[in-house]
Design a protein around this ligand. Structure first.
Ligand code: COA
Length: 475
C-alpha cells in the first residue's frame, strides 16, 4: 500500500467519528459525499438501530409483487409510506376477505410495518402532495401497469428534477420487447419465465407452483436492487431507476432449467428419471416430476398414513456419500457392492426401481420418523410440511419467521416475518395500516402542513373519497 494512502488511513482512524448528516432531498450535494465508515459502534448488538433506519420510501405498490418488496424493507427499518386511492385503497384490502369489514389477509400479510396515506394522484392538489412527498423520500417503488405512473405525471424526468437523489424502482411483467405493455399477474410470469414448462409430470400439462415466484420472487429481486442503488447513491449522490421484470425474475429462479436446455445439445439428461425409463428427450428441457434438479437424485416417497393424509410424504435424496447407510437402512446391504447399484452412474438407469424399494421402507414410518432416522446418518430428507404444520411449528415462532400480530379490525393474525436474519438489525414486524390511517400524521410530520392547510386539502377531495369524508377512511 503506498505510504501516502497508509498515512491517510491512519489519521482517519484517529479522528472521532462525525455525526452522519442526512442530505436534504431535492438539493444537490454541497460537498462531496463522504464514504468513510464511522468507527464501529460500542452499542450492544441489536441496539444500534435497524439496517434501513433513515430511509424513507414512497410506496405506490399494490397487489403482491411490489408490496412484498416494500414490506421487507419496512421490516428492516425503512419508513414506508403507502399511497392509496381514497375510499378503496389497494385492491387486495377487499380480495379473498375472510372477516367481514376487515382488511383481508392478502393485504395484511403483505403490508405490515407500513404507514398508509390516501391521496388521489389524479387530483391537482393530490399531485401537489405527491410532488412534495417525492422531495422528502429516498425511494419511490411502484408496480403499476406500464405507463400508469407517467399518466399520473410522475415521469422519471419530473421526479429526477424534483429530487435528484430519488431512486425509482419498478416491477413490470416484461422488460423492453414485444410484451412490454402487457399487464401481468403471478401465473402469467411463471408461464412466461420458464417455470411452468419445466414443472409437473412429463405426461401431464405444465403446472404453476404454490410458491409465488413471479410476484414475491420479483419483489425480492427489486428489494436487492433498491438496497444496491442506495449503496451506490452514497458514492454518487444521485438516484437511478431500478427495474425488475417478472419474466426475468422467474427465469433467474429457473436458471437450472436453462442450464439443462444447453446440456441437451450434448446428450440426454441422465439424472432425469425419463432417462432411466428409456423415454427419449425432445428439443426443450422437459418437466421432471419430482426429480431433484441437481446432481444427487431424489424423489417424493409415501410415508405411513399417506392413504388419508395428503401430506404424509417425504423427499428422499440418495446422496452418493451416504449410499451405504441408505442400503443398510432399507435392508438392501447387498446393493453396496452390487455393480448395478454400487456407483452413481450405475444407479442412474435404475432410479425408479431404487425409489420404489426405498418407499417400501418409508411407508412403514411417519415422515417425522424418517427424518429422525435418516438425519442420524446424514441422509438428506425433507418431510412434506403442510401449512397447518408450519403455522403451528414452535421453532418458526421462536425465530420470528412466523409472527402473530394484532389488528384492530380482525384481531390477531399470523404473518411471515423477515426471513433474513441480521445480527445487528432486529426485525420490525407490525400490523398493516388501516386505509389512510396515517394521512394526517404524514401531512403534518413529513410535509410540515398546518391544521388549516390540511383542512383545506380535505375539503378539496384530494385525500378523501368524494362521498365519504375523512372519518370513513379507516373503515
Ligand atoms: N389515485 C388515483 N388513481 C390511482 C391511484 C391513486 N392513489 N392509484 C392508482 N391509480 C390508478 C392508476 O393511475 C391507474 O390508472 P390509469 O390506468 O388510468 O392510468 C389505475 O389506478 C391502476 O393501474 P393498474 O396498474 O393498471 O391496475 P390494474 O388493476 O388494472 O392492473 C396489474 C393490475 C397488477 C395487472 C398491473 O398493475 C400490472 O401489470 N403491474 C405490473 C406487474 C405486476 O406487478 N404484476 C403483479 C401484481 S401482483
Amino acid at each position: 500500500m503506498p505510504r501516502k494512502v497508509r498515512k491517510k488511513m491512519k489519521s482517519a482512524a484517529k479522528k472521532p467519528a462525525k455525526k452522519a448528516v442526512k442530505p436534504r432531498a431535492g438539493k444537490p450535494p454541497t460537498k462531496a459525499v463522504k464514504t468513510a465508515l464511522p468507527r464501529p459502534t460500542a452499542k450492544p448488538w441489536g441496539e444500534a438501530g435497524r439496517a434501513l433506519d433513515g430511509v424513507r420510501i414512497l410506496d405506490f405498490t399494490h397487489v403482491q409483487s411490489g408490496p412484498t418488496c416494500t414490506q421487507l424493507l419496512a421490516f428492516m427499518g425503512a419508513d414506508v409510506i403507502k399511497v392509496e386511492r381514497p375510499g378503496s385503497g389497494d385492491i387486495t384490502r377487499g380480495q379473498l376477505r375472510d372477516v367481514k369489514g376487515a382488511d383481508s389477509l392478502y393485504f395484511t400479510m403483505l403490508n405490515g410495518s407500513k404507514r398508509s396515506i390516501t391521496v388521489d394522484s389524479k387530483h391537482p392538489k393530490g399531485k401537489e402532495i405527491l410532488d412534495r412527498l417525492v422531495r422528502e423520500c429516498d425511494v419511490l417503488v411502484e408496480n403499476f401497469a406500464p405507463g400508469a405512473l407517467d399518466r399520473m405525471g410522475l415521469t422519471w424526468p419530473h421526479i429526477h428534477k424534483l429530487n435528484p437523489r430519488m431512486i425509482v424502482a419498478s416491477v413490470k411483467g416484461f422488460g423492453p420487447g414485444p410484451y412490454e405493455d402487457c399487464k401481468v399477474y403471478e401465473n402469467v410470469a411463471q408461464c412466461a419465465g420458464g417455470s411452468a414448462s419445466t414443472t409437473g409430470f412429463r405426461d401431464g400439462p405444465p403446472l404453476v407452483t404454490g410458491a409465488q415466484i413471479g410476484d414475491s420472487g420479483t419483489g425480492l429481486h427489486l428489494a436487492l436492487g433498491i438496497v444496491a442503488a442506495l449503496y451506490q447513491r452514497n458514492r454518487t449522490g444521485r438516484g437511478q431507476r431500478v427495474l425488475c421484470a417478472m419474466q426475468d425474475g422467474v427465469l433467474n429462479l429457473a436458471r437450472v432449467k436453462l442450464r439443462d436446455q444447453q446440456r441437451l445439445a450434448h446428450g440426454p439428461l441422465t439424472e432425469y428419471s425419463q432417462y432411466g425409463e428409456g423415454v427419449p428427450f425432445g428439443k426443450a428441457t422437459p418437466r421432471a416430476g419430482n426429480d431433484s434438479g441437481g446432481g444427487q437424485p431424489g424423489w417424493i416417497l409415501k410415508c405411513k398414513g399417506w392413504e388419508s393424509d395428503p401430506d404424509a410424504y417425504v423427499y428422499f435424496i440418495t446422496q452418493a456419500p451416504v449410499w451405504g447407510a441408505i442400503c443398510d437402512l432399507i435392508g438392501r446391504p447387498g446393493w453396496k457392492t452390487d455393480p448395478d447399484y454400487a456407483t452413481p452412474p450405475a444407479r442412474l438407469p435404475r432410479l425408479r426401481g431404487i425409489f420404489d424399494t426405498i418407499e417400501q421402507w418409508t411407508v412403514t414410518k411417519t415422515k417425522f420418523e424418517v427424518m429422525e432416522i435418516c438425519n442420524k446418518h446424514d441422509i438428506p430428507v425433507g418431510p412434506i410440511l403442510s401449512m397447518q404444520e408450519l403455522a403451528e411449528e414452535k421453532s418458526l415462532r421462536a425465530t420470528g419467521t412466523v409472527v402473530e400480530v394484532d389488528h384492530p379490525a380482525r384481531g390477531p393474525y399470523l404473518t411471515v416475518g423477515n426471513p433474513i436474519k441480521m445480527s445487528d438489525s432486529p426485525p420490525d414486524v407490525r400490523r398493516s395500516p388501516l386505509l389512510g390511517e396515517h394521512t394526517d400524521e404524514i401531512l403534518r410530520k413529513v410535509l410540515g402542513l398546518s391544521p388549516s392547510e390540511i383542512a383545506e386539502i380535505k375539503a378539496s377531495g384530494a385525500i378523501t373519497a368524494p362521498d365519504k369524508p375523512a372519518k370513513a377512511e379507516a373503515a
